[in-house]
Write a new protein. Structure first.
Length: 455
């Protein structure tokens, strides 16, 4: 169906006085009310067309009524659909629906089915608007996009959407984002996995723990794997394993900063690699517990920084000559030997905490080098990318607002991750949720000036 909408606007400007800013300002004020009027005219025209086709069945065959008039049988306990597609007109009823442009207030036609006697609105049924719906899904989209960047109260004050604080909270908590984006990811698409946790302020001042896991694609991009609140690492381990398609000939390094509970995370799926930035930092605290001051602990810390700072050569591993790989292998073996010697020195000097820390650390400190020497895969060795992700999440969850429930933190953190780092999937998700299939298009044909007769 093609229709044309006529819009007549009058404007009055002070010649020689008005500036561009004022014109744009007034047009901006007009935008929502104008689009709301256009929407109303489109729906009224569609309502008339639907009713004509359902009442004049002698003119419009069943093929031209396809997709129209679908309704549930009257007094049917099983709520089965009626096969009747012919109706009587039964007046109008007023309907208000919140849209992103404001509240749409219009009268919709009512119809009575000749087959079962049910009364319904053919327009609302055709538009897939449920009987008790008070808003269209674009409102949810607009609120979700806005709440990622600002708090609930500012969202209400700065937008034209008529919604309460509770309404925004219900949209965030009731989102199906937690059940979406659970597609399985092939292990060969990942060059690494990272995990870490951070505290969040929850309801009534209690402290919660947000734990996030990301993958790193072969192109170095973030692949969101999951966000969990107040969930044990063992439960998270099971959830992440379910999302990764394992392959026998591909190893993934799992990089972490030494957080308790992560030493055996994804064992059998990934090879543990301690973050080479956090490792020396953690050694400082271990030696501090042994009674060493910063001046005394700095030399062994610098030594560890030097030992883990092995640089891998650029270029394709397959075409590198053995003599190019040999310096890395030699440096790796020397570094491991010197770490073992440093552990022995710590034990001799009675630095039990430092020796124990370095001994545990050494088992997972050179995983990225071992992986490169055996497979040629260049894996991440620090959690710097994950730290940047947490800064983005923390900005919203810690600085802009607090007092979160578990569901709100979980959903909002996932929204931030997916919108920021999987934009194509985020856009596709909303297209599917809104039902965008290319069934409606609108274009501006001409815009011209007609002289006003009062000039």
């Amino acid at each position: 169906m093609k229709r044309r909408i006529s819009i007549t606007c009058d404007f009055d400007l002070a010649i020689g006085k008005v500036n561009l800013n004022e014109i744009v300002y007034k047009l901006k004020e007009l935008k929502d009310s104008l689009v709301l009027l256009i929407l109303k005219q489109i729906l009224m025209s569609y309502d008339d067309l639907i009713m004509d086709r359902l009442t004049q069945t002698q003119i419009y065959p069943s093929k031209m009524r396809k997709g129209l008039g679908r309704h549930v049988r009257k007094d049917d306990a099983e709520e089965r659909f009626c096969r009747g597609r012919k109706v009587y007109r039964r007046g109008h009823r007023n309907r208000k629906i919140k849209t992103v442009f404001g509240c749409l207030d219009m009268e919709v036609r009512r119809a009575e089915c000749l087959t079962c006697g049910a009364r319904y609105s053919p327009l609302l049924n055709a538009l897939q608007v449920t009987p008790y719906s008070r808003k269209e899904t674009n409102v949810e989209h607009e609120v979700t996009e806005a709440v990622i960047d600002t708090n609930y109260r500012r969202l209400i004050e700065g937008r034209s959407i008529d919604i309460s604080l509770g309404g925004i909270h219900n949209i965030v908590v009731g989102s199906d984002i937690d059940k979406t984006f659970q597609d399985r990811i092939p292990a060969e698409d990942l060059s690494g996995i990272m995990a870490d946790g951070t505290g969040v302020k929850q309801h009534k001042g209690s402290k919660g723990e947000l734990r996030t896991i990301i993958g790193i694609s072969q192109q170095g991009r973030v692949v969101p794997l999951g966000s969990f609140v107040n969930t044990s690492w063992s439960e998270i381990d099971n959830a992440i394993r379910a999302r990764i398609k394992e392959t026998a000939d591909h190893s993934i390094p799992f990089v972490y900063d030494g957080e308790p509970g992560l030493d055996d995370f994804l064992s059998g799926v990934a090879e543990a690699q301690r973050c080479t930035w956090h490792a020396p930092r953690g050694l400082y605290y271990a030696l501090w517990e042994d009674g060493l001051k910063k001046k005394e602990s700095q030399p062994p810390i610098d030594k560890v920084k030097q030992l883990v700072g092995i640089e891998l050569p650029a270029g394709d591993f397959e075409i590198l000559k053995e003599e190019d790989k040999e310096p890395v292998r030699t440096r790796y073996e020397t570094s491991k030997k010197e770490v073992r010697e440093l552990i022995s020195t710590f034990y001799e000097k009675g630095y039990q905490k430092g020796a124990s820390y370095l001994e545990s650390l050494s088992k997972r400190l050179f995983t990225n080098i071992e992986l490169w020497l055996s497979t040629g895969i260049i894996a991440p060795k620090t959690t710097s990318l994950l730290e940047r992700v947490f800064r983005e999440i923390g900005r919203r969850l810690k600085r802009i607002a607090w007092g979160w429930s578990d569901a709100a933190v979980t959903n909002l953190s996932k929204m931030i991750l997916i919108k920021q780092y999987a934009k194509d999937k985020w856009e596709q998700y909303w297209k599917e949720k809104l039902g965008i299939k290319g069934y409606f298009n609108i274009n501006i044909q001409t815009v011209g000036i007609n002289l006003c007769p009062t000039f």
